[in-house]
Design a protein around this ligand. Structure first.
Ligand SMILES: O=C(O)[C@H](CS(=O)(=O)O)OP(=O)(O)O
Length: 238
């Protein structure tokens, strides 16, 4: 089994996607929001690319969330904030979501054999599920505004480490090994380290420090989100 880690949203190629299991990581915050939404009772997530498209899906059964460069769009119910979303019961509703990096990464990798969503919150469940299929795996870091995001690299490194421990025989790329080394060296500095990353600092400036603390929790959830058509569901519901 080959494991490749892709460092930014634009670095993905068809070779990284076709016939593979792709895990989209966007720790701060899209992946964490998606895991949290499914964990707290949303029936599905509908990722979209424009605010107009999101608003066109408004109905009694939808909740609309998202941001562009951290600012909530006019007319939306929520920012891309997992801790805000959790405050109210939306059981059975569908979350329409647009984010700066995460939903773009999901769209770019949509042709994967299986597309899973991962972050610290569901890291072990996600890795376990990725191994089952026995396909090659691409760990796809969404990053931030076309740049590498350290928090995504650390989560990728943890996944690589778990994969090495659990899969029978794997081959890793240099970037996967580098991220594993970073994770092993720095894991003890979580959650503090996430406050010092580029996205972490931006979130603090915008009063979203609570999200950083929340998103740094390891294995809070057993939910593994999977893309089915144009929706993201919990794998256990498919
Ligand atoms: O909403 C977020 O946390 C980020 C915003 S930023 O562009 O990275 O500052 O978007 P995401 O798509 O969740 O990475």
């Amino acid at each position: 089994m080959q494991i490749n880690t892709v460092s930014t949203v634009e670095n993905i190629s068809t070779e990284h996607v076709n016939g593979r299991t792709v895990i989209v990581i966007d720790v701060l915050r899209a992946s964490s929001t998606i895991v949290t939404a499914l964990d707290s009772g949303f029936a599905s997530i509908i990722p979209v690319r424009t605010a107009d498209r999101a608003l066109s899906l408004r109905s009694l059964n939808t909740v609309i969330a998202g941001e562009w460069h951290l600012k909530k769009f006019d007319g939306f119910d929520y920012n891309n904030s997992p801790t805000d979303l959790k405050k109210k019961d939306h059981t059975g509703k569908h979350l329409v979501l647009i984010t700066t990096n995460g939903t773009k990464a999901i769209e770019k990798a949509a042709q994967a054999e299986r597309l899973l969503i991962g972050c610290f919150l569901n890291v072990s469940a996600c890795v376990k599920e990725a191994i089952i299929q026995n396909s090659d795996i691409t760990i796809y870091c969404a990053g931030t505004r076309n740049e590498f995001a350290f928090e995504d690299g650390l989560a990728a490194g943890m996944m690589v480490h778990l994969l090495k421990k659990q899969a029978a025989s794997i081959e890793t790329c240099d970037f996967s090994d580098a991220m594993e080394a970073c994770f092993l060296q720095l894991a003890h500095q979580l959650p503090k380290l996430l406050f010092t990353t580029t996205t972490g600092k931006r979130l603090v400036e915008n009063q979203y420090g609570e999200d950083i603390q929340y998103c740094s929790q390891i294995d809070l959830s057993q939910i593994v989100p999977i893309l089915k058509g144009n929706r993201i569901l919990s794998l256990s519901d498919t």
